[in-house]
Design a protein around this ligand. Structure first.
Ligand SMILES: Nc1ncnc2c1ncn2[C@@H]1O[C@H](COP(=O)(O)OP(=O)(O)OP(=O)(O)O)[C@@H](O)[C@H]1O
Length: 332
């Protein structure tokens, strides 16, 4: 579990560099926290009409198409670390337009599952299918471009860049301009930059931090940094947004605002995979829940059924399985 001021991870940007379309030699430049890439004078005030904001945030409306069709499927997904099987033949589906919760006690394999889906780890066995393609050996930056974005347990932002710049960098994954085009500032490149700033402002408005657009990320409150991370992930126009413990360190009112934001994200056409320890939040916001324990899937059902599932209760309360089986069969 992480919380405010959680170490230096705030400024760890390996995955952001991976999300960029730029070739490897530019990755170091990004890691060195380039500041001042957006001219404040060029920034229009944020959109305020919610419908216009929603439209700008999800410009590719096809991401909302085919609600209910399978978007991602894991099949016998297995990840081993030496002798430890962190994920053991796990199979589940995420359907378009749903909020799927991935829960389980500490060490159950949730983050490993995220990492296998987003290309951080290669599966030891099994497969991940996304939007009709098997991810297999797909690299992280390609996975981002295929349409999977994520946030992290430990916030990762460019601390010296403004909130807006952090989001604009996220839009890089969708830019079509070549590196020479960027160097010579072609008309297409300038138009893409302008669009990125406009959409960046809409995204900040969408997550509720537009007034902080010109503040350095490191100066934002912890809650606003978490919102900024979500805005930056949405900037890549993902079909699937993976949120890893987004409520870590939040107080109850921040948690309830986060629930509203997650619903708003889904309502705008995105599909959401959510790892979260806070049961009230998970039960309140998800459409369906997958439960892991010791790397295995032990349940996959609607929130109400999960809440009453004896195996899930046992996993969380540490009740031995044989007692649960006995209780189910009416034995003492
Ligand atoms: N890179 C790694 N090398 C070795 N073991 C690992 C690695 N990553 C995870 N593990 C182990 O795999 C198991 C699953 O860990 P994982 O972080 O996926 O669990 P989790 O459900 O996300 O836990 P938490 O809720 O505490 O974040 C744990 O036993 C963990 O120690």
């Amino acid at each position: 579990m992480t919380g405010p001021g959680a170490g230096d991870a705030l400024f760890d940007n390996d995955d952001l560099a991976a999300a960029s379309h730029r070739p490897e030699q530019y990755a170091d430049e990004q890691r060195s926290d380039p500041a001042g890439t957006v001219d404040p004078a060029a920034v229009d005030p944020a959109l305020t009409d919610p419908a216009a904001v929603a439209e700008a945030v999800a410009p590719v409306r096809s991401i909302a198409a085919e609600v209910g069709a399978v978007l991602l499927r894991t099949e016998d997904l297995t990840v081993r670390f030496g002798g430890l099987t962190a994920l053991d033949h796990v199979g589940f589906e995420i359907r378009r337009g749903e909020i799927l919760g991935l829960i389980g006690p500490n060490g159950a394999g949730k983050t490993t599952c995220f990492n296998a889906i987003t290309g951080v780890y290669r599966p030891s066995a099994g497969a991940v299918y996304f939007d009709g393609a098997v991810l297999g050996k797909t690299k992280r930056n390609q996975i981002t471009r295929l349409g999977i974005a994520r946030t992290f347990q430990n916030i990762r932002l460019f601390g010296e860049m403004t909130a807006l710049e952090n989001v604009v960098v996220g839009t890089d994954a969708r830019h079509k301009t070549s590196v020479p085009g960027a160097i010579f500032r072609t008309a297409r490149h300038r138009r893409e930059e302008r669009d990125a700033v406009e959409r960046g402002m809409a995204l900040l408005e969408f997550v509720g931090i537009a007034p902080r657009a010109m503040e350095k990320a490191r100066n934002l409150s912890y809650g606003d940094q978490r919102r900024l991370e979500i805005a930056r992930a949405l900037a890549t126009e993902p079909k699937l947004l993976c949120l890893d413990e987004p409520a870590a360190g939040f107080n109850p009112s921040e948690k309830s605002a986060l629930m509203d934001l997650i619903r708003k994200i889904r309502d705008d056409g995105f599909t959401v995979l959510l790892i979260e320890h806070d049961m009230r939040l998970v039960m309140g916001v998800t459409d369906r829940i997958v439960v892991l324990e010791f790397g295995r899937k032990i349940a996959d059902d609607l929130p109400a059924a999960i809440r009453a599932d004896p195996a899930v209760i046992a996993a969380y309360l540490g009740v031995p399985d044989d007692q649960v089986a006995g209780a189910e069969e009416g034995r003492p």
